[in-house]
Design a binder for this molecule. Structure first.
Ligand code: BDP
Length: 695
């Protein structure tokens, strides 16, 4: 008996010692087990020397380096510099902005940067190097960000909720600020800085005017003061009607002198609190938000008015292009293009227009937004969504680096072959003066920050790609797995493979072959392909899939809406012909008959079914693969991810059954063998989905 109790006790303490809850993200710095590596690294861990001119960021770099080295190597780092055997942080003005170089010199390791941020990023790069156990001897590593503004957009509301957030409440405790600073603010800043993120917009783009009041500006200032020490600049989303709401003006017309005066004074006020404030992020005339069009003015009029107010403070306006007017006869695909293309060249030089990766709305797969090939005179920022609004919330494992890369590498042909979205956004195609990329954050108050632990990889991947879009999704997964989950050489490839397959699996069981926007109304969760009525036609599913007894898909060729005509000829050539159009985009651009033979050898109906069924089977495959790494990852994390994969399997079945059964009422064909007809009925599926719509 005693033996048994002892054993249980031992097991418990073992579990406790390993217990991990994901709070430390990829910044774990646990003692390295590899003694050879440790010995190699220790040769440079004698001391840390920093530049004599010490800024706040340099202090941060020093303490991060100390913390990281002490954790990884298990020895204390002395404060006193010696001749050799240490790490020297130094400025080198010849390096590109925010970049760094790491090299060995005279028995020391030298991290150089042209500016403080560069040095900080060099420190994190070195720590990443050690965490992933790479060789240090003869190291010569240099890197610089390809995009200047690498920002997170938080869709956080003043009362602590997060629009489309699935990881708890907002990180910002507005009612406790400015007096009480939650320690998580600092951990959040560390995580961002470690992947090169240098700006955050704190609040929802559906913005409350309250953030521009003095009561809130002191709260924003408290966060800005803290984030500054990690090289992170703060932006705010603003409500375009603020002059009316806060200033009691009769109008918010951007050409009205009083309105312009109000914004100029407001900008001055903001900069008194936060001298390095980044600027305003604006959603205007979109989904009911106020904007310049209410006064017969254009987006450029609105943006330029704010730009003028911010100019003397070197602030910027980030004006979103996510607009789509409710035209029952139009094609939502084309609306942002039609509104913004005529404005190319009319925006002030401190305005950036922020465009979502695709023309509809963060779907599991979208073709790249046509604006990326059409705005040579206007710096475009690329907006990705990290939070999984259309990707199964935090119950589904979807590694989004694959989605991001697909968009970044798409060729717009704006200036001939090779004008990829990435090269448009990083300024190399059109020589934009300023470049920016944004990710809609997936962070929240959940202990592990992102709800699904594996979604941490998406935050990480966004930062890494914002820094260097040429990194592969495979390399980013490799780093993240090794830093976050395990360095066991048997487990790393297994987990990486799960990550790398996961996005295609999600597409397969939700929206294969180019289907899109057929998810549950409003909530954007689960399937609702039968949705035919909504407040707007372009919020239904039928608007997008156009199913009938002859076939399915949206004809966007010249015979249809001609959305394809918004792209360069070379892009059109890729997608114009249903016979050669990549199957992943097929139903985005074509109506296809049920019996049409596809390049796979299957008819459209059979291929559609195959993908839905294969998607579900692949979730089971992920479950099995995850099971194989049970012993290599922390038990708490293992169980949590395993549980969520089981949920994902249930949800995949829901998607498959709902979509196959519904589309079958039109195709009138059997589910092809070896697959079996779903056991549930369409009516059952409709009832199940209706529950999600209950308030
Ligand atoms: C949609 C979301 C909505 C956002 C909007 C936006 O459903 O909640 O406000 O995007 O980006 O995807 O403004």
């Amino acid at each position: 008996m005693l033996k048994k109790i002892l054993l249980v006790f031992l097991l418990f303490s073992f579990a406790d010692a390993r217990a991990d809850d994901g709070y430390r993200l990829w910044l774990k710095y646990d003692l390295l087990k590899n003694t050879a590596k440790k010995a190699e690294y220790k040769r440079f861990a004698g001391f840390i020397e920093i530049p004599t001119e010490k800024s706040l960021i340099i202090r941060t770099a020093q303490s991060e380096l100390k913390r990281g080295l002490e954790g990884l190597l298990g020895n204390r780092i002395a404060g006193v510099a010696k001749k050799s055997g240490g790490i020297i942080l130094q400025r080198d003005k010849t390096l590109p902005e925010e970049g760094f170089r790491i090299e060995t010199k005279g028995g020391n390791l030298v991290i150089s940067g042209p500016d403080d941020r560069g040095i900080l990023y060099g420190v994190y790069a070195l720590l990443r190097h050690l965490q992933t156990e790479q060789p240090l001897t003869g190291i010569n590593l240099s890197s610089a960000p390809k995009i200047r503004l690498r920002m997170l957009n938080h869709w956080d509301n003043p009362l602590g909720t997060i629009e489309r957030g699935y990881a708890g409440a907002s990180l910002w405790k507005w009612y406790e600020l400015p007096e009480n600073l939650d320690p998580r603010y600092l951990e959040y800043a560390r995580a961002n800085a470690s992947i090169g993120i240098n700006a955050v917009a704190l609040n929802n783009v559906n913005a409350s005017a309250r953030f521009l009041t003095p009561e809130y500006l002191i709260k924003v200032k408290a966060l800005a003061d803290l984030f500054r020490t990690y090289g992170i600049q703060v932006y705010l989303s603003v409500n375009f009607a603020s002059p009316k709401i806060l200033g009691n003006l009769q109008t918010s017309d951007p050409l009205d002198p009083q309105v312009r005066q109000w914004w100029a004074a407001k900008a001055d006020e903001v900069y008194r609190y936060i001298p390095d404030f980044g600027g305003f992020l604006v959603k205007a005339n979109s989904e009911g938000e106020p904007g310049p069009q209410e006064y017969g003015r254009t987006h450029a009029d609105g943006a330029n008015m704010l730009a003028e107010a911010l100019r003397k403070h070197k602030g910027r306006v980030i004006w979103r292009a996510f607009v789509y007017s409710p035209d029952p006869h139009g094609d939502r695909y084309k609306e942002a293009f039609n509104e913004f293309k005529p404005l190319d060249g009319l925006f002030a030089d401190n305005v950036v227009v922020q465009v979502k990766n695709g023309p509809i709305d963060f779907q599991p797969r979208e073709p790249f937004h046509p604006l990326f090939g059409a705005m040579p005179e206007t710096p475009l920022a690329l907006e990705f969504q990290i939070t999984q609004e259309y990707l199964g919330f935090s119950t589904n494992l979807v590694y989004q680096a694959s989605l991001y890369k697909e968009c970044l590498e798409s060729d717009t042909y704006a200036k001939g072959k090779g004008s990829t979205v990435a090269r448009v956004v990083d300024g190399s195609v059109h020589n934009y003066d300023f470049t920016a990329i944004a990710g809609v954050a997936n962070t929240g108050s959940d202990r592990n920050w992102t709800g699904h632990l594996m979604s941490q990889a998406n935050w990480y991947a966004f930062g890494r790609l914002a820094w260097d879009h040429t990194l592969s999704e495979e390399q980013i997964a490799d780093e993240w797995v090794k830093m976050t989950l395990t360095r066991d050489p048997n487990a790393v490839p297994v987990i990486k493979n799960i990550l790398l397959q996961s996005r295609e699996i999600y597409v397969d069981f939700t929206t294969p072959l180019g289907l899109h926007h057929i998810m549950g109304q409003g909530i954007h969760f689960g399937p609702e392909p039968w949705l035919t009525q909504s407040a707007r036609p372009d919020w239904t599913s039928i608007y997008y899939h156009r199913v009938d007894s002859t076939g399915i898909g949206f004809d966007r060729t010249a015979q249809g809406s001609n959305a394809l005509g918004l792209y360069r000829q070379e892009v059109q050539n890729n997608w114009n012909d249903p016979a050669s159009c990549d199957l992943k985009y097929l139903l985005w651009f074509h109506r296809v008959g049920w019996d049409k033979k596809l390049s796979t050898g299957n008819t459209l109906w059979d291929e559609l079914c195959t993908r839905y069924y294969r998607g579900v089977e692949s979730v089971q495959w992920m479950q099995k693969e995850w099971n194989r790494v049970r012993k290599s990852v922390d038990s708490e994390i293992y169980e949590d991810v395993a549980g969520r994969l089981a949920v994902q399997h249930r949800e995949a079945l829901n998607w498959r059954d709902a979509c196959v059964l519904y589309f079958q009422t039109f195709s009138k064909q059997p589910v092809p063998s070896p697959f079996k007809q779903p056991e549930r009925t369409l009516e059952e599926m409709k009832k199940l989905v209706a529950i999600y719509q209950l308030k």
